[in-house]
Design a protein around this ligand. Structure first.
Ligand code: ADP
Length: 683
């Protein structure tokens, strides 16, 4: 099918032609055949670089009203926003900011790009633009299988379909084992394809050479190494250098931040910079962002044409590395797997050195889907004759790698909504935002989620009774007008001698004022409960003891605050600090349910406190052994949670203003910090 046959405005067709798009790629043509331009729901499960953006645009441009494009990450929202903004005659808005505002002005735009979390929070805050949507595109819908993001995505989609009846849903997915399940849930046509614009061969290095799935082999020169464990690094170095020598670029994936940096340092020993002058300018720019040791290491590596990329980097460094790689100023990026799920950075060769990762308890093998996404980054359309992905093994592991990642398909997408924590959040939000006012109403909505068809045997009403009881105990939900937890009592009796909750009739549900605030502030119920407890304790404390550290201690101990870890030597130091400031904290060590978590919360509170007192990111990075990007994201989350704490203090009618004071102070420091863009939405 030719671009001139598309039912989009002539200026858009011209725009496509000018960007080199004449004939539709086969999966794109299949999407048109499936009715994408006629309002049909479509699930497209197709590989990276097979042209999903155009599929989305065709749906959004032919829809009979405004469209929403939902992405999982903020960095992706920015990338898509910029790409849609190039479409002639189309107005585009972006929404990734505050969680507690409905962003009504977005109703004016033809296309709104937003993170899925932001869409969820806009719905909770009663955004009316949501009701006018004619088309919703969900990017990376396979994330339905993720523990945190998945439940939000499925409940958001189920609610959107109710809020905007008849809305066209287009879901874009990586290739997964069960795309038909996703399609059937969304009542959508399935477009499934393994077609790629650039052919991809995948191979395994066995300690000797690489064997590819097309039968070809590649010799790998590995310089003599002493200990065994470095052989994979040397093989990786050789593969990277080979790709660059033949005019390509390379992505090398490793398991951790530290490994990414040390591989980069190793690779920088060879001069890989395709353009030394550009690399010098880039290094200068990187040094200009901040003076941290991480920034200096990055700048030094970049001078040799080597970048690294991981979550410990500040956003600006990450963006610089990505764009320099796209502009071919860098020969290689050493990255943790998060890069594969993020923005568009294709390379001729992808080398996956580490196929296991430490999960906090043990080393575990990477999921097939994740490895395929990394491999899928190989081969840049119009630039590379082919793409190549190499998994680095040795004589012992090569066969297993082949069986697991080359021969076998990816995993199925499975709903994670049954997790109690996720259910609590979403049950509260559907009741608080007025979607349901009874257990029957909630069940009705849950029936429209991905979870329901996937798990027909699960007793949803029993689960709901338990969860409603837990929310009632947290003072967030009234069950049958009884905030004392009638449902939880029933649930506890469920398997005993009392009435079976599954058999009991529908019960009325209503969010309490506190529950409404928790839902609007977009914090988890457990976080809400902890903040409420914190507010009450602060009310009872002597004024002199209530300091910035008090409020920071409360928010840093909530489950919405992402954890940090403690080094052995740090533990004693943090404990001493906590003891010195014991009167200011709302929880004493002996009251903590989990001592280690308590220490981590104290560490975070101290870190953010020192930042607010003017400590530089460099000093904090050094003192607390975190990445500069961690400081940025910790502060961001704390600002958001302090806002929630203040809102809950308001709902409680408590005379507690410390959350607001500290939040303002942090927000001012954020504004003063050059180069930092810290909004209220956590990443
Ligand atoms: P993905 O499926 O990974 O989202 P994109 O939509 O970003 O892939 O497309 C990858 C690249 O292919 C883009 O540079 C895009 O301009 C180009 N492209 C998409 N469709 C076509 C086409 N029909 N003909 C030529 N190039 C195309």
């Amino acid at each position: 099918m030719h671009v001139s046959d598309l039912p989009v405005p002539a200026a858009v067709r011209e725009h496509y032609r000018a960007s080199g798009i004449e004939e539709l790629y086969p999966p794109q043509a299949a999407a048109v055949d499936a009715g994408i331009t006629e309002g049909e729901n479509v699930v497209a499960a197709i590989p990276t670089a097979s042209g999903k953006t155009l599929i989305a645009e065709l749906a959004m441009l032919t829809a009979d009203g405004p469209a929403l494009y939902a992405v999982p990450l903020r960095a992706l929202a920015r990338e898509k926003y910029e790409s849609f903004a190039e479409l002639p005659g189309v107005s585009v808005g972006i929404s990734t900011g505050d969680f507690d505002s409905p962003d009504e002005e977005l109703g004016e735009e033809d296309v709104v790009v937003a993170t899925a979390e932001k869409v969820d929070s806009a719905i909770r805050n009663g955004a009316s633009w949501v009701e006018d949507l004619a088309c919703v595109v969900v990017d990376e819908v396979h994330l339905l299988g993720r523990e945190r993001r998945g439940p939000t995505l499925e409940v958001t989609l189920a609610t959107l379909q109710r809020r905007a009846p008849g809305v066209q849903i287009v879901a874009l997915s990586a290739t997964v084992d069960n795309p038909e399940d996703v399609a059937s849930w969304l009542d959508a046509e399935l477009v499934e394809s393994t077609w790629r614009p650039v052919s991809l061969r995948t191979g395994v290095y066995d300690g000797d050479d690489v064997t590819f799935d097309d039968g070809s082999t590649l010799g790998v020169d590995v310089r003599d190494v002493g200990p065994d464990e470095e052989r994979d690094t040397e093989a990786t170095a050789s593969l990277v250098e080979g790709a660059i020598d033949s005019g390509g670029q390379c992505l090398a994936f490793v398991r951790s931040r530290r490994e990414a940096e040390s591989l980069a340092a190793r690779l920088a020993e060879a001069e890989l910079a395709p353009d030394a002058a550009a690399a010098g300018d880039l290094a200068e720019e990187i040094r200009g962002v901040d003076g941290t040791a991480t920034g200096r290491r990055l700048a030094a590596a970049v001078e040799s044409g080597v970048g690294f990329h991981h979550a410990g980097l500040v956003d600006e460094h990450r963006a610089l590395v990505e764009s320099a790689f796209r502009d071919r100023e860098l020969g290689v990026i050493c990255a943790t797997p998060t890069l594969a799920a993020g923005v568009n950075v294709p390379a001729r060769r992808v080398v996956v050195r580490d196929l296991e990762r430490y999960t906090g308890e043990e080393m575990s093998k990477l999921p097939v889907l994740e490895v395929h996404q990394m491999c899928g980054r190989a081969g840049r359309p119009h630039l590379d004759p082919y793409g190549e992905a190499v998994l680095v093994g040795d004589e012992r592991t090569a066969e297993d790698l082949w069986d697991r990642y080359v021969d076998a398909g990816p995993e199925a997408v499975e709903s994670q909504l049954a997790a109690r924590e996720a259910l609590r959040t979403h049950v509260l939000s559907v009741v608080a935002s007025g979607f349901a006012d009874s257990t029957a109403g909630v069940l009705d909505l849950l029936d429209a989620t991905f979870f329901a068809p996937q798990s027909p045997d699960v007793d949803l009403s029993g689960l709901l009774a338990t969860v409603a009881g837990e929310l009632a105990e947290m003072e967030l939900l009234d069950v049958d007008g009884d905030a004392g937890g009638a449902a939880s009592a029933d649930a506890e009796r469920g398997r005993g001698d009392g009435p079976d909750p599954r058999a009991t009739a529908s019960r009325a549900l209503a969010a309490t004022d506190l529950g409404e605030t928790v839902s609007r502030q977009y914090v988890r119920p457990e976080t809400g409960a902890r903040l409420i407890e914190g507010v009450r304790t602060i009310e009872s404390m002597a004024d002199a003891d209530v300091t910035a550290l008090t409020a920071l201690g409360v928010v840093c101990a909530t489950p919405d605050m992402r954890g940090t870890y403690l080094g052995n030597r740090e533990r004693a130091d943090v404990y001493r600090y906590a003891s010195r400031h014991a009167a200011e904290f709302t929880t004493a060590p002996e009251e903590a349910e989990d001592f280690e978590a308590w220490l981590c919360a104290v560490k975070l509170a101290r870190l953010v406190f020192e930042w607010s007192e003017g400590a530089s990111i460099e000093a904090l990075v050094d003192r607390y052994r975190v990445g500069p990007g961690d400081v940025e994201s910790h502060v961001e989350r704390v600002v958001w949670l302090l806002g929630a704490g203040d809102a809950l203090a308001g709902t409680l009618g408590a005379d507690v203003d410390v959350f607001d004071r500290v939040r303002r102070r942090l927000a001012d420091s954020v504004e003063d910090a050059p180069g930092d863009e810290i909004g209220r939405q956590p990443r």
